[in-house]
Design a binder for this molecule. Sequence first.
Ligand code: ING
Length: 308
Amino acid sequence: MARQLRVAAAQLGPIHLADSRGSVVERLIALLGKAHRSGCGFVVFPELALTTFFPRYYMENQEHVDAYFEKEMPGRETAPLFEEAKRLGIGFHLGYAELDGARHFNTAILVDTDGSIFGKYRKIHLPGHADHRPDAPFQHLEKRYFEVGDLGFPVWRAFDGILGMCICNDRRWPETFRVMGLQGVEMVVLGYNTPTDNIYHSEPVHRRMFHHLLSLQAGAYQNGTWVVAAGKAGKEDGYGLIGGSAIVAPTGEIVAQSITEEDELIAYDCDLDVGRDIKENVFNFDKHRRIEHYGLITSQTGVVPPPK
Ligand code: ING
């Protein structure tokens, strides 16, 4: 009997500074309803799905920063999302800024059909910079506002498969998918907020989307896993984020992709056994990997070129 899971990537359009969490939760609930009506059992919401992408702003006042963080999950404003998901009997992934005591994380959770949280991940690859760059058109201050995640890359048995998570920039690093691949992951779900403009070097806009999809497809194929990626898209107070939410098969093929930069739902019937041929043949890790030659990957952080 094939293990089928109909999954949706629920892309969000822009969330502006003036948009309340309540108004965003209403949008999330509307997408949840669409997913349910289309027969989905699980919905993937984006990274930092409750607020605007606030790392684009330099803030010195920690209270102003903390206003973007959730002190509890679910909290008063997010509880309606959990209640509706439970009522519909649908599970979901949600990305948000987590305040745990005095610790700040870019976090994602997995929520079961009864509304209980059964998985948590905290973003490990934090891109951008920590200092204020006043000459830049906008900031990318994830290294300032978040700590590096402390939970590793775990996987969970759920929805008749093995699920894992990562967040945005994590998808660009092959180690992310490989660590989960070594745990037998069958579906990696992730959210992202990817600015359309590169503040570090000149880059044609089309390349942002190319690298985004390349990262998803490579991670999927090289580990024989489904990848479901939901973006926050469009212009937030004038600052652009790419769309391109996508569902990628373990073969690396894109089976569904968003076509707007608004709230949009894409869905697909994912056969969790499709990755078996890849895992048992071309990427049969036990048969083909040669870890005795991979030492540098964990013993060395940066590049050490040969002596001149
Ligand atoms: N955003 C971007 C991402 O990794 C980025 C940052 C864009 C880094 C392009 C490098 C190149 O998609 C987040 N939030 O990580």
